[in-house]
Design a protein around this ligand. Structure first.
Ligand code: NAD
Length: 337
């Protein structure tokens, strides 16, 4: 079978070719929406990562498409309704990185709570070894609000317990047995979590229900001085609401692995060449620069998944997903948002 795979590192190309020798891989650099020069009437499988957007126009370029295999947990970059309409199966990697992403959430949190970046910058730039002005805060005894108690959220809860934090969680699908076992409690509403958490960490998928879950209408409900950590997806938080919260001291800081319109940070040309850039997108692009420059915000480039171990797990499951698609019994099929 012919497989078109976008945006692979060299070692990934070797891994996929070695583990699926019976198939023909065509590796394409760049993102699927940008590589309009790449089309194939015979390719039955396309493999992508999160910066490739797969909609009707992209699917049109591969008329024999049977499966879209994404090398990620999130699948909000793929138009599921369009795939369904065409009978194209979408497979993801459901559980590769619960520890990897939760560890990153705490890396961002600790960087803020212990002023790691400021401390490092001071030592490197001024050679000053004085701790003056670098006072942080303890995690022990603080309330951690975990939004979404799936694979990653639960791992974040376990880590938070290790730090001696009190943990509250919000998820429409409660797991009371797990809450008892791990020693956390579900709050009745999202607003309740916002009002009582010293640290809010987001672990929900991005879909129509979680889009702008933190927004201009509820931002003031956040406990004054809280820290927000987002390793989920940028659009779960309305960017301008986050800017307002930082300006008004509602948020003391933010650790962001993901941003709304983060694709334009990867590819600025795309913004310049957009025929009709909409006002909200442009505003978010500017607001992202404000966040990046903000002294109490740490931004990382959608990197939470990026550990050696997680990448190996992602590719192992991707190989299984491709094999399953070829055999006609697809697995890890994404059903709906
Ligand atoms: P999961 O499906 O195991 O868990 C998601 C949880 O969110 C579920 O328990 C679900 O019930 C809950 N949820 C859904 N809607 C909700 C809502 N409105 N309010 C509260 N909870 C809600 O997913 P996961 O493996 O834990 O991953 C979570 C997300 O993390 C992914 O969808 C992806 O977007 C993101 N992610 C980011 C990176 C990265 O590199 N930054 C890597 C992997 C995953």
């Amino acid at each position: 079978m012919k497989i078109i795979s976008f945006s692979n590192e060299e070692w990934e190309k070797d891994f996929l070719s070695k583990h699926l020798p019976a198939h023909t891989f065509i590796f394409v650099d760049g993102f699927m929406q940008d590589r309009t020069d790449v089309s194939d009437p015979d390719a039955e499988i396309v493999s992508v990562f999160v910066s490739s957007h797969v909609g009707a126009t992209e699917m049109d370029r591969f008329p024999s498409l049977k499966c879209i295999v994404t090398r990620s947990t999130g699948f909000d970059h793929i138009d599921l309704a369009e795939a369904l309409k065409r009978g194209v199966v979408v497979s993801n990697v459901p559980t590769y990185g619960e520890n990897s992403v939760a560890e990153m959430a705490f890396a961002l949190l600790l960087a803020l709570s212990r002023r790691i970046y400021d401390s490092y910058k001071q030592v490197v730039e001024t050679s000053s070894f004085s701790p003056k002005g670098l006072t942080g805060f303890d995690l022990k005894g603080k309330t951690l609000g975990v939004v979404g108690t799936g694979h990653i959220g639960v791992y974040a809860i376990k880590i938070g317990k290790g730090f001696g934090m009190d943990i509250v969680a919000y998820d429409p699908f409660k797991n009371d047995a797990l809450a008892n076992e791990l020693g956390f409690r579900y709050v009745g509403s999202f607003d309740e979590l916002l009002g009582m958490s010293d640290v809010i960490t987001l672990h929900v998928p991005h879909n129509e229900h979680t889009h702008h879950m933190i927004n201009m209408d509820n931002i003031e409900k956040i406990k004054k001085g809280a820290v927000l950590i987002n390793t989920a997806r940028g659009p779960v938080v309305e960017t301008i609401a986050m800017v307002k919260a930082l300006e008004e001291g509602i948020l003391a800081g933010a650790g962001l692995d993901v941003l709304e319109e983060e694709d334009f940070l990867l590819d600025e040309d795309a913004l310049l060449h957009m025929e009709h850039p909409n006002g909200e997108k442009l505003k978010n692009v500017l607001a992202n620069q404000y966040l990046i420059d903000h002294p109490r915000v740490i931004v990382t480039p959608h990197n939470a998944f990026n550990t050696k171990e997680a990448l190996e797990r992602i590719l192992a499951v991707t190989v299984e997903n491709i094999e399953a698609c070829v055999s006609g019994a697809p697995k890890n099929v994404v059903k709906s948002s």
